[in-house]
Design a protein around this ligand. Structure first.
Ligand code: SF4
Length: 485
């Protein structure tokens, strides 16, 4: 994955979220779950638990640096949520870290959010007019204050959330702690993932039986449930509110909006871990299938296939297998450097590429190389990698990409907001090939990508590939026009 563009000004949330209800203190388990989804955000993290009141600890940095044994001991309670977040330099502040907590007539509420609400500004203005004060410019604070407002009237958390879902538009996978229960909520289009699972007896079984369920968990990805020795049960359904307590869970469907499904294609292509399952598809399987599809669409006469580690590995495997070419580790990764695109500033990302990857000369020297990655956003990283391979002696460097050209911003939870920073927004494939210095360049087609993901026609969001989004984006037509002049 080439570095995602920098953004400033607005607070945005593209994150990992987890919630646990069990028969004993859940903070240590939340810590483990958050580490399993640390790749979804490395800028800040937080945990909130409920034990006769809400307790919250948040900090900047990695989960393991924020939470030591002392912090986890302070966070008592049988229900809780954890959140990992990334954002841009302009919003790299502790007050924007999650969970977002507010007081309500029914007690304190904590929220963790993955996604983005496109009509948050209008709702914020309405709430401000009726006397609510906001601490951040964060769309997640709008959700939790709206929920608190509705809860004072509706009394029931599920009823209050139904009312909230009638008003908010966009991408949201939410976990809330409301007293001794968790609410797990997924937007009606199912844009961002959210999985539900059960935990083993070790998390608080009563009768010592190994088959006993020790509690329940929700998380952005199934890997977080599996990291606890748990078992995924199912995805939270698009438009569903799941109420979870240590003793069980109950799903409540809503008809907040009659919406077509729009699962984020980018979760399959890049964002989720390959060993996660989203809406019944294993991400690894999808990525290998994309590589095979890419090989069928754009074969190349070459000696070896080299993945960009780790993001291009599964795609490269499918590509190599389909063309019966050897796959080799022609680029080595320093595992102690974080993913470049979630580093907040462009400067950090640029220096990150140089220390993150290094060519293996004996693999590439004298060979015609196919370099495979999942996506290109800016193109800067890919240009550096083709240079690296040539300097290491590659005779030819052909680039194959497992995501169609990203031509339009994402307003639904992935940090790609401006066309100016997307290389494919105003360049043809041939111009991009020239810019990155490749001998040839090909992307998987949109129909090919859809086929590999294997979802029914019309159930994927491809907004960043086509400029057509599953919800109306305020101001988008205007922004599109601006780029024409
Ligand atoms: S616009 Fe692209 S990145 Fe954003 S939700 Fe849709 S598919 Fe995902």
């Amino acid at each position: 994955m080439d570095g995602l563009p920098d953004r400033s000004g607005l607070a945005q949330d593209k994150c990992g979220v987890a919630g646990i209800a069990a028969e004993r203190d859940v903070a240590p388990a939340l810590y483990q779950a958050m580490r399993a989804i640390q790749h979804r955000g490395q800028e800040s993290a937080g945990i909130a638990t409920f034990d006769d009141g809400l307790q919250t600890i948040k900090g900047m940095g990695l989960v393991e640096n924020i939470f030591q044994a002392k912090e986890l001991e302070q966070l008592t309670g049988r229900v809780g949520l954890g959140h990992t977040r990334y954002s841009t330099a302009g919003t790299s502040r502790l007050e924007n870290a999650h969970p977002v907590c507010v007081s309500s007539a029914e007690g304190s509420i904590a929220l963790g959010h993955n996604g983005e609400i496109v009509n948050a500004d209008g709702i914020r203005e309405d709430l401000q007019e009726s006397g609510w004060a906001f601490i951040t410019d964060n769309d997640s604070e709008v959700i939790v204050r709206l929920f608190a407002n509705e809860l004072s009237d509706a009394k029931s958390p599920v009823r209050a959330m139904r009312r909230v879902m009638r008003q908010i538009v966009g991408a949201y996978s939410l976990v809330l702690v409301v007293g001794e229960r968790i609410l797990a909520v997924r937007d009606p289009r199912g844009i961002k993932p959210l999985a539900l699972g059960k935990l083993p007896a070790a998390y608080g079984g009563q009768n010592g039986s190994e088959s006993e369920v020790g509690g329940y968990a929700v998380a952005s990805e199934t890997v977080a449930i599996e990291a606890l020795g748990g078992e995924p049960i199912r995805d939270v359904k698009p438009g569903e509110i799941v109420e979870i307590t240590p003793g069980g869970y109950e799903g409540h469907m809503t008809n907040a909006q009659s919406a077509d499904l729009a699962h984020c294609q980018f979760e399959y292509v890049y964002f989720s871990r390959a060993d996660s399952r989203i809406d019944d598809r294993e991400v690894y399987d999808v990525r290998v299938g994309i590589g095979e599809q890419l090989a069928n669409e754009s074969p190349v006469d070459a000696d070896i296939v080299v993945p960009v580690p780790d993001s291009g590995r599964s795609h490269a495997l499918g590509f190599a297998r389909q063309l019966d070419l050897p796959m080799a580790e022609g680029l080595m990764k320093n595992r102690y450097v974080h993913r470049t695109f979630i580093m907040p500033s462009q400067e950090e990302r640029a220096s990150g590429v140089n220390i993150k990857l290094n060519p293996v000369q004996s693999v590439v020297e004298g060979n015609r190389v196919v370099l495979v990655d999942d996506s290109i956003v800016r193109g800067t990283t890919m240009g550096q990698l083709t240079d690296m391979l040539r300097e290491a002696g590659a005779e030819e460097v052909h680039v194959r990409i497992g995501c169609p050209p990203i031509q339009a911003p994402c307003y639904l939870g992935i940090d790609m907001k401006t066309r100016e920073e997307l290389i494919a927004a105003d360049k043809s494939v041939e111009e991009i090939r020239d810019t990155i210095g490749a001998d040839s360049l090909a992307y998987v087609s949109i129909p090919g990508l859809k086929r590999a993901i294997g979802k029914p026609e019309g159930s994927l969001c491809t907004g960043c590939l086509t400029g057509r989004y599953p919800v109306d984006i305020p101001g988008e037509e205007h922004r599109k026009q601006e780029t024409l002049f």
